[in-house]
Design a protein around this ligand. Structure first.
Ligand code: RP5
Length: 178
């Protein structure tokens, strides 16, 4: 799906962020949403960020998912330069475990929102899902694929609950979990 005309733009401050952002890509891939992925740094390549954000809508993108770590200005600066919805993924940084990234991304000034998800891979996967849900508002087939994805999640929980119940019945792990 990365080959069809992209609807979602995944951008990240460094290629080291791909380990996290691949979770967003995998989610979009699983839901059949075409996307592109690029390294665009707010600090190291500001001109590339300007060109990307100001041209994104005209190129046909509908949603941007931006990931950055540390002094994470990429999502906010992208949001400042495009009318498209921007989802921000805080990368888990080495020294501050991503709290620096989270606070840099989430505290946007009134009027320029970035929809910020959780730190790290779970956040990236959820950002992919959110991007798909935004697109699904106008795409019933995609909405059906997302519904099927959620049904699979629920089925997995049911299956685990059945297994735990069966273990308890056969004198498995005690209630304290020991
Ligand atoms: C940020 O600095 C990037 O988003 C990345 O999370 C972090 C470290 O980048 P590298 O030193 O790995 O290129 O701008």
């Amino acid at each position: 799906m990365a080959s069809a005309r992209p609807l979602v733009g995944l951008i990240m401050g460094s290629k080291s962020d791909w380990e996290t952002m691949s979770a967003a890509a995998a989610t979009l891939e699983a839901l059949g949403v075409p996307f592109e992925a690029k390294v665009v740094s707010a600090h190291r390549t500001p001109q590339r960020l300007y060109d990307y954000a100001t041209g994104a809508k005209a190129r046909g993108l509908k949603v941007i998912v931006a990931a950055a770590g540390g002094a994470a200005h990429l999502p906010g600066m992208a949001a400042a330069m495009t009318p498209l919805p921007v989802l921000g993924v805080p990368i888990k940084s080495k020294d501050l475990k991503g709290l620096d990234s989270l606070l840099s991304i989430v505290q946007m000034p009134k009027g320029v929102p970035v929809a910020t998800v959780a730190i790290g891979k779970w956040g990236a996967a959820n950002a992919g899902l959110l991007a798909a849900q935004i697109l699904a508002v106008g795409d019933p087939a995609l909405a059906a694929r997302i519904a099927a994805y959620r049904k699979r999640l629920a089925d997995e929980v049911d299956e685990r609950a059945r297994k735990v119940a069966a273990q308890m019945k056969s004198g498995g792990p005690s209630k304290s979990g020991t």
